[in-house]
Design a protein around this ligand. Structure first.
Ligand SMILES: *[C@@H]1O[C@H](CO)[C@@H](O)[C@H](O)[C@H]1NC(C)=O
Ligand SMILES: *[C@@H]1O[C@H](CO)[C@@H](O)[C@H](O)[C@H]1NC(C)=O
Length: 401
């Protein structure tokens, strides 16, 4: 009885959605103006609002590592490489460090992969430390602020804590030399040792061309109500919904994964176990409403993207009621979320395309940096003043790299 009424709802919903798509195609435009919580920040253009100086480092900190293992271009932390390439030819780059607002040190700390392609962060602290030593002795700018006008791309699991196990990451804390710098990272969890105030949370890297090649015509109805593939810490909980006809859930990763997401209304994004899961990016790209199940998560570009309007937040404790929660969302609310998701600027902000495009994730990072300007006077140290402790942290990290 219950199931059949849900079935009816679903038929109704997909008919409705099909209609909407047709309507939008007729109108010939799919956008709706989106206001982020900080204004229309997605429309900011960072050019002219900041100047970035890119330190030139020996290639052993970046290009050589990549040459050794080109797989680093495709894993989900590859943003550190693409951001470097982007900045080198970006109009915000300045060759004159005297006029720079921000300093960027191109170190590829996640490009050390296991045979299976998983990035290991064990050498990252020494490598990072070595790079900072180098810039601080060859240029005067680090010592001026001890890094407070420097930013670093640290996309590893727990950012600059440089460990993939949470307990160890917490024990290590953020690398002491980075304590004044701005960190650009995928890891975002409020009140966590590894998320410093003022960090910029970015999406994980997901290959744009690959996703593009799996697009299906927008007129195909979304006939799946809830979609999820994979394991995840709370899989046991939604095992409950396995036999529920509204839920298309399994641990197997089908070849039609991307297509399936485009046929679904809701996509579960349980970010609790892996904060940097690419599911969220995939959901946005494929117009599937992300159901964010991750208490205290800080989502990518949260000051620019109206995540509450696009997605659905479900408390971890409420997962057993997922069916009721999702089926009681009014159709017009669902349609509005889908319309917002259809906005190309929303998708663009989640991607690191090459070549770069206006409004993409590179530009959102720059927007985030521009919004932190001008630097407070307090970032500049008095002559001879020192704040950082160069000998703090685990002894093994102090060894030369
Ligand atoms: C910056 O300070 C360190 C000591 O903290 C010193 O070794 C280094 O030479 C200084 N850099 C410059 C460019 O003066
Ligand atoms: C720097 O850190 C080391 C190691 O934790 C500690 O022994 C030392 O006292 C610290 N120095 C200062 C000036 O706080």
């Amino acid at each position: 009885m219950r199931n059949s009424s849900w079935g009816f709802l679903l038929m109704f919903l997909s008919a409705f959605l099909l209609d909407l798509d047709a309507f939008e195609l007729r109108k010939g435009q799919k956008t709706e103006r989106i206001s982020g919580s900080a204004g229309d920040v997605l429309e900011d253009d960072p050019v002219g609002r900041l100047k970035v100086f890119v330190y030139e480092l020996p290639s052993k900190y970046n290009k050589k590592i990549l040459q050794k293992d080109p797989r680093c271009l495709n894993h989900m932390f590859a943003a550190e490489i693409y951001m470097h390439r982007f900045l080198l030819s970006s109009p915000v780059r300045t060759l004159n460090p005297e006029e720079a607002d921000w300093f960027y040190t191109p170190v590829y700390t996640t490009c050390d992969l296991t045979p299976n392609g998983l990035p290991l962060p064990f050498k990252s602290p020494r490598m990072m430390r070595s790079a900072i030593q180098l810039i601080s002795s060859n240029w005067p700018y680090w010592n001026r602020t001890e890094g407070a006008d420097h930013f670093f791309i640290v996309p590893h699991d727990f950012g600059a804590c440089f460990h993939y196990q949470e307990e160890k990451a917490i024990e290590r804390g953020i690398l002491p030399l980075l304590q004044r710098a701005t960190l650009v990272q995928t890891f975002g969890q409020r009140n966590h040792v590894c998320l410093k105030d003022g960090s910029i949370t970015v999406p994980p890297y997901a290959p744009p061309q690959k996703m593009q090649s799996h697009l299906i015509p927008p007129s195909i109805p979304r006939s799946i109500f809830v979609y999820f593939r994979g394991l995840g810490a709370r899989a046991a909980v939604w095992e409950n919904f396995k036999d529920n006809p509204l839920f298309d859930i399994s641990t197997e990763h089908p070849t039609t994964y991307y297509e399936d997401m485009q046929r679904a209304v809701f996509c579960l994004c349980p970010l609790g176990w892996a904060p940097w899961s690419p599911r969220l990016v995939e959901a946005v790209i494929f117009g599937c409403i992300p159901v964010i199940i991750a208490d205290d998560i800080v989502l990518p570009f949260a000051d620019a993207i109206p995540w509450e309007d696009i997605g659905v937040y479900v408390d971890e404790k409420d997962v057993p009621n997922l069916d009721t929660i999702l089926t009681s969302i009014p159709t017009e609310v669902i349609l509005r979320k889908q319309r917002l998701l259809a906005n190309p600027s929303m998708k663009q902000a989640m991607l690191f395309p090459h070549p770069a495009q206006p409004g993409d994730a590179f530009h959102q990072i720059l927007n985030g940096l521009a919004r932190k300007l001008p630097h407070d006077k307090s970032v500049y140290l008095r002559k001879g003043e020192k704040v950082l402790n160069w000998t703090a942290g685990p002894l093994a990290d102090l060894k030369p790299w």
